[in-house]
Design a protein around this ligand. Structure first.
Ligand code: ADP
Length: 506
């Protein structure tokens, strides 16, 4: 009040408001918006100039005004106003009004009652403001947010949002459908997050997520996620933090897509590649034995026939020394042929490398581990890699050396009891000044029971073993000019090592 009083004492104010009616009308005509007064019966007793300008010809009463209201808003406005006027309470509503040009615009209308000394409403004063721009902005915002949430629901991926401390605050429809969740209840969504990962993956997922939430690094992992029907499917998941202007993380957005089919196809491909490799090996072996038998049998049959003849000529009466001598000479020739056959077979066994290329053996180790990843995961074997980062490259037949690595790793895994909590395989690569690289595969298994015999072809202690793995590995390594040997570890398990000369690269 003191301000008003101050203003009212002001000379300029007094000067302008000497004719207060004129001043008030001028003010009302020039404020932005429609100003009006109405008697309790709903007849206008005052409308400012801009109101008349908008409606064209002067509105007489509330009824005429209601007619100008968009038909979709009419009922609601009429009831709101009627209720307020009956109760003598202020009203406020937003609705579309048709102007003199026939076009509708959005307005916000509010009215308040003025009362006499007895508290009776004598007149209603009100204001109606054009809110068309605001409404348009709101509508386009709403349309955009509908469009965005549609997009979020329609993208062919599972989307989720987390708070910086890792609480789930949103999942899209696709993900909710996958998990079998009721989207309307976000706290439900947050509570099941603890149970949706495969038990074998959950610890690793939480550990990685916790690390990413703490460091702000991007999350990227593969894991199995529980579908509503109880089936786990492989997913490839990623999450990125969203930061404010100061770089603080405000929330995390995550996305995961189903890679089950891809995983299955890769596994099937891997299985069939392995089957094929085994079948080829078996086929080679049986072919080889058949051809050994065939090649050795022929000169042996000839030797037997010639020995027979020789005996007959020498035991004849009289003995035919000349013919006996010739038969004996043929035996010598047959024996030489047999020796030749045997050495050809040995050469065959030497696994002459087919194609040599200069390779990084560490890379072969990674490739083999990738190839065997399912087998390793299925046996929950920990793999420790101690790889020499400066390992010289070696010229080798990559398929054959991969075959050696697969054999040694598989033997190591098979030698370890599945109940052994220390199941781990260490693969070490190193090189020495003699220009030799060494790769060793060290397990924590049973150790060799009969280390002297393991390179004998067909020696096996496994029910389904073939006993050709280590002899073939050794012959491959030797064909590369290297060596392969086995040893039991001092405490637990065994180590198989092979060395390849770097010089053989050139
Ligand atoms: P297979 O695996 O078919 O038996 P191998 O020639 O690869 O044929 O191995 C021969 C034998 O050597 C195996 O049966 C097993 O007794 C022994 N062996 C191989 N690797 C290991 C190892 N890492 N630890 C203990 N024993 C092993």
């Amino acid at each position: 009040m003191s301000n008003d009083d101050g203003l009212r004492k002001d000379a300029a104010f007094r000067e302008h408001t000497r004719n207060s009616a004129e001043f008030a009308l001028d003010l009302l005509d020039n404020v932005p918006g429609h100003m009006w007064s109405m008697d309790p019966a709903g007849r206008f007793i005052y409308r400012n100039r801009s109101m008349d300008a908008y409606f064209g010809n002067g509105l007489q009463d509330l009824g005429a005004w209601l007619e100008r209201i968009h038909k979709d808003d009419q009922r609601f406005v009429a009831t709101t106003w009627r209720r307020s006027m009956d109760a003598g309470e202020p009203f406020d509503s937003a609705h579309r009004l048709r102007g003199a040009d026939g076009a509708f615009r959005w307005f916000r209308a509010s009215g308040r009652p003025s009362r006499d000394a007895h508290g009776r409403v004598t007149v209603w004063h009100g204001q109606t403001i054009d809110i068309e721009h605001q409404k348009k902005a709101e509508e386009s915002l709403r349309a955009r947010s509908v469009e965005l949430s549609l997009l979020v629901d329609m993208v062919p991926s599972n989307l989720w949002r987390l708070t910086p401390d890792g609480t789930t605050t949103l999942v899209n429809r696709r993900m909710a459908d996958y998990l079998g969740l009721d989207l309307s209840n976000v706290s439900d969504v947050a509570s099941v997050m603890d149970t949706i990962f495969h038990p074998d993956d959950a610890d690793a997922v939480y550990a990685e997520l916790t690390r990413c939430l703490a460091t702000g690094e991007r999350f990227s992992m593969r894991y199995r996620l529980l579908r509503a029907d109880g089936v786990y499917r492989w997913m490839s998941g990623r999450a990125e933090p969203m930061r404010d202007q100061d770089g603080n993380i405000v929330q995390w957005f995550g996305l995961c897509h189903d890679i089950e089919d891809q995983v299955q196809t890769t596994a099937a491909l891997r299985r069939s590649a392995e089957k094929l490799a085994r079948a080829t090996q078996a086929a080679n072996l049986s072919q080889l034995s058949a051809s050994i038998a065939h090649e050795v049998n022929q000169p042996l049959a000839a030797i037997a026939a010639d020995a027979d003849a020789c005996l007959r000529w020498l035991s004849a009466e009289p003995a035919n020394i000349e013919r006996g001598k010739r038969a004996a000479e043929r035996i010598t020739l047959d024996v030489a042929a047999t020796v030749e056959v045997v050495s050809r077979i040995r050469a065959l066994f030497k696994h002459q490398p087919q194609s040599r290329a200069v390779e990084d053996v560490n890379r072969l180790v990674y490739e083999v581990l990738d190839l065997m990843s399912d087998e390793i995961a299925a046996t929950t074997t920990r793999i420790d890699l101690v790889l020499d980062q400066h390992l010289p490259k070696v010229a080798l037949d990559r398929v054959q050396v991969q075959q050696v690595l697969v054999n040694l790793i598989r033997n190591g895994i098979q030698a370890m009891d599945t109940t052994n909590p220390l199941r781990s395989l260490k693969i070490v690569s190193s090189h020495d000044h003699l220009d030799t690289i060494r790769i060793s595969v060290e397990d924590t298994g049973s150790g060799f029971k009969d280390p002297e015999r393991v390179f004998e072809p067909f020696f096996t202690t496994k029910g389904n073993g073939m006993g050709m793995g280590l002899p073939i590995c050794r012959s491959i390594v030797e064909a590369h000019g290297g060596k392969l040997w086995v040893a039991n570890n001092e405490t637990l398990g065994a180590t198989v090592t092979f060395a390849l000369p770097v010089a053989s690269a050139t």
